[in-house]
Design a protein around this ligand. Structure first.
Ligand code: FAD
Length: 405
């Protein structure tokens, strides 16, 4: 396993580190880390500055205006960008656009790529991804998908309700998952559609109030009512939606880990500075055993998170699906970043919960990550099922004499 990012990626990571500290953090502070209703001009200015700094769009191939960095390199660069809540937005690697760009590059036909991927990669437009539905529809279990797409002359008619569609407010298009065959509960029968957000029959009925605030456009609830989508807006093949979702989901959950690890590192830096400067009971906080334990535990979890991310990134770079390694990384990192930010806040005492630091905001931002991209419990369920199957295969092999028990 070669986990070493190449020199080009290292150099982009170094530039990103400087760019985030010199330019982005001040904008984050000015807006208190809240981007749900960020003025569009702020996004455009940040992205222009990232272009100037040579760090814009690091993840896409050069033909889409990107820097062509592989997944291991992205682990470095995304972590540096994630040091600020606004870093990923500046580099055009924020969710959901980053995952959507990857999906479009992998699955869209050339015409769709010119229409949707080209402007998305350039930061001219934003996008969203609409899979989750209110109960009893798709959630942790995507097979509950209830939104339907009915064939009509020239295309499809979509009906259904979606929610928690990140970035919906202000997005130019949505990638909508709808059922083209079967019933809710069936494991197949889904199709992805590219739906322009200004078409009749698609309405953003509300932006949901949530704990987190750092994702541009917030989390929307959408209603599709007799929404006509032309046949050439099917993304990938009809009935292949669940397979194509895997193309997006495994890398997307890993890039979330990369970005949030950067924020956790920032929280740890704040705690380290405070622990060095603040005195109590005759010594610096940093010299008190229980503070040392918290700082050490966070260091251990930062390094363990990075190692799991790099291992999964290597598998993706090697052409693997990385279903297991991204699941393991996601479950671990989502919980570790929460603990790291929580410890940092504790070390800072009352200052930690105040608006004088950003730690309270950071804590609220990392909490939902234990739910989206698969809740921790869903990943543990999948991981344990794989482990049980693996052990059964090993027992079978032992019975056949092919392996020791
Ligand atoms: C901030 C945020 C942004 C989001 N952005 C998007 C987006 O852009 N597009 C989109 O389509 N969706 C998005 N989502 C939705 C997200 O993907 C879903 O919330 C997630 O898939 C869980 O679905 P659910 O909320 O319906 O929970 P449910 O499916 O109702 O699950 C509830 C709980 O059940 C438990 N559970 C689930 N599976 C198992 C299991 N196998 N064993 C034991 N317990 C289990 C877990 O504790 C889980 O939290 C977002 C969610 C949030 C919070």
């Amino acid at each position: 396993m070669d986990l070493t990012p190449d020199d080009a990626a290292r150099s982009v990571a170094e530039r990103t580190r400087a760019f985030v500290r010199d330019t982005v953090l001040a904008v984050e502070r000015e807006h208190r880390g809240s981007a749900h209703a960020l003025p569009e001009q702020v996004r455009l200015d940040l992205q222009a500055a990232a272009r100037q700094a040579g760090v814009f769009c690091p993840h896409l191939p050069p033909r889409w205006g990107g820097l062509g960095i592989d997944r291991r390199g992205q682990a470095l660069v995304f972590e540096e960008a994630g040091y600020s809540l606004f870093g990923p937005l500046a580099l055009n690697i924020a969710a959901p656009d980053e995952g959507n760009m990857h999906l479009l590059a992998a699955v869209a036909d050339p015409e769709q790529q010119e229409r949707y991927l080209r402007p998305l990669a350039a930061g001219l437009i934003r996008s969203c991804f609409a899979m989750t539905e209110p109960a009893p529809g798709a959630g942790s279990d995507p097979s509950a998908l209830a939104t339907t797409a009915r064939p009509v002359p020239g295309g499809w008619v979509l009906n259904g309700r979606k929610w928690f569609t990140t970035g919906a407010d202000g997005a130019a298009f949505a990638i909508v998952m709808a059922r083209t065959s079967g019933q809710p509960g069936d494991r197949g029968g889904a199709t992805m559609f590219l739906v322009d957000t200004d078409v009749p029959g698609l309405e953003l009925v509300r932006t949901i109030e949530t704990l987190d605030e750092a994702m541009v456009g917030g989390h929307g609830e959408l209603v599709l009512q007799d929404c006509f989508v032309p046949a050439d807006r099917v993304l990938g093949a009809v009935d292949q939606g669940f397979d194509n979702a895997q193309v997006r989901l495994a890398p997307a959950r890993l890039t979330h880990c990369m970005r949030w690890l950067g924020l956790a590192r920032h929280a740890q830096d704040i705690a380290l500075d405070r622990a060095a400067g603040r005195r109590a009971f005759g010594s610096a906080l940093a010299d008190l055993g229980m503070i040392q334990q918290m700082l050490a535990d966070s260091e251990i979890e930062i390094e363990a998170s990075r190692a799991l991310i790099l291992r999964a990134a290597w598998e993706l770079d090697s052409g693997g699906r990385a279903a297991q390694s991204t699941s393991v990384a996601k479950a671990f990192v989502a919980e570790a970043v929460w603990r790291i930010v929580d410890r940092s806040l504790q070390i800072c005492g009352s200052l930690g919960v105040s608006g004088d630091l950003m730690l309270g905001r950071y804590l609220r931002e990392v909490r939902p990550f234990r739910i989206y991209d698969g809740p921790s419990e869903t990943h543990r369920w999948a991981i344990s099922r794989r482990a049980v199957k693996r052990r059964a295969r090993e027992r079978d092999a032992a019975v056949r004499g092919a392996l020791p028990a």
